[in-house]
Design a protein around this ligand. Structure first.
Ligand code: NAD
Length: 301
């Protein structure tokens, strides 16, 4: 039986620590941390994600400066809003909720965010800092995975790790973080031949392909640590559920019997992504007000 990692529980304990740090530092800073989530258009999943992020901010004492703009908002207006948020003394973190509506290019908008306020850790400078091992805001999802693994006592030193997916959002920064923890990392992607042969060599397998239930028993070896980043809503089954249940990139019921450690969907990586967004915003606030907590690691101990 695998150990099933509880991302919800770890996220809740990180939130508790953040709430204590914020409450202790608020007096000296003269204000709480602020996070601005910019949402454009009506993508329904984004609506749920943004609402969850704002609720999480409220739980720890971070002020939300959410803006929801219509899909037809011109690029120039969005750019101006980003610049206003960059200059706003109340705002420590800025997040551009993706995906943007068709026709809007996210690249220049992400690049316009002040790298020190980059709550998602996706700015080119911050990805470069990650590559070079310098401190800076880290991409939330892979940082959340690393925190989950560290808390569970998974030793990555010298382990063979395979990351399935090479996106800038998840796969690439994940591979860099695993490498920084001294794992030997291979990145698989949509053009990889014979995925199962590769993934069976993994001692640590991170599935971030965005393909529902891609990874099954044929992809894993006994004793593997499996992290399922994928999140998908399956079509509703009128006999069982009306809404459609959530699943990941892993066929949990098939893989769990082989795994030493596994993350569930929901309740694994998802809550950790939100927790790391709060961490990035709080670390930026601490920097701004010289409150002593300088890095993500400081907030996780
Ligand atoms: P993406 O579509 O940008 O990238 C997917 C990557 O997987 C690509 O590099 C592609 O080459 C690779 N890939 C696709 N099919 C493959 C296959 N059959 N075999 C091997 N590689 C394959 O997706 P993303 O933004 O990186 O997100 C990946 C998944 O993680 C999605 O399901 C997304 O919803 C989820 N996600 C979850 C969280 C969370 O908090 N849990 C956060 C971000 C993304």
């Amino acid at each position: 039986m695998a150990t099933v990692l509880d991302g919800k529980l770890l996220a809740a304990s990180i939130e508790q620590r953040l709430a204590a740090v914020i409450s202790a530092g608020k007096g000296r800073a003269g204000r709480p941390p602020g996070l601005a989530v910019l949402r454009v258009g009506e993508d329904p999943a984004s609506g749920v994600y943004v609402a969850n992020k704002e609720k999480a901010c409220a739980r720890v004492g971070i002020r939300s400066f959410g803006q929801h703009l219509p899909a037809e908002t011109p690029y120039a207006q969005l750019h101006t809003i980003v610049e206003q948020l960059n200059a706003d003394q109340q705002v420590d973190g800025i997040l551009l909720q993706l995906p943007l509506p068709k026709g809007l290019d996210e690249g220049p908008l992400l690049a316009a965010i002040n790298p020190d306020k980059d709550a998602d850790g996706l700015h080119t400078l911050n990805l470069g800092r990650l590559l070079k091992g310098e401190t800076g805001p880290r991409s939330c999802t892979p940082a959340g995975v690393m925190a989950l693994l560290a808390t569970a006592g998974v030793n990555l030193e010298g382990k063979r790790a395979v990351v399935v997916g090479r996106s800038i959002l998840v796969g690439q920064p994940m591979a860099l973080m695993l490498q920084a923890a001294n794992a030997t990392v291979t990145v698989a992607h949509s053009r990889t031949r014979d995925l199962a042969t590769l993934t069976r060599q993994a001692e640590v397998l991170v599935a971030a392909a965005g393909c529902p239930r891609l990874i099954g028993a044929e992809h894993v070896s006994k004793g593997v640590v499996v992290v399922d980043v994928g999140i998908h809503r399956l079509p509703p089954d009128p006999q069982k559920d009306l809404k459609g249940r959530l699943c990941g990139d892993v066929r949990f019921e098939e893989v769990e019997p082989f795994a030493a450690v596994i993350t569930p969907v929901p309740g694994g990586v998802g809550p950790m992504t939100v927790a790391m967004l709060l961490v990035n915003s709080t670390v930026a606030w601490c920097h701004q007000h010289h409150l002593g907590l300088g890095t993500i690691e400081d907030l996780l101990v």
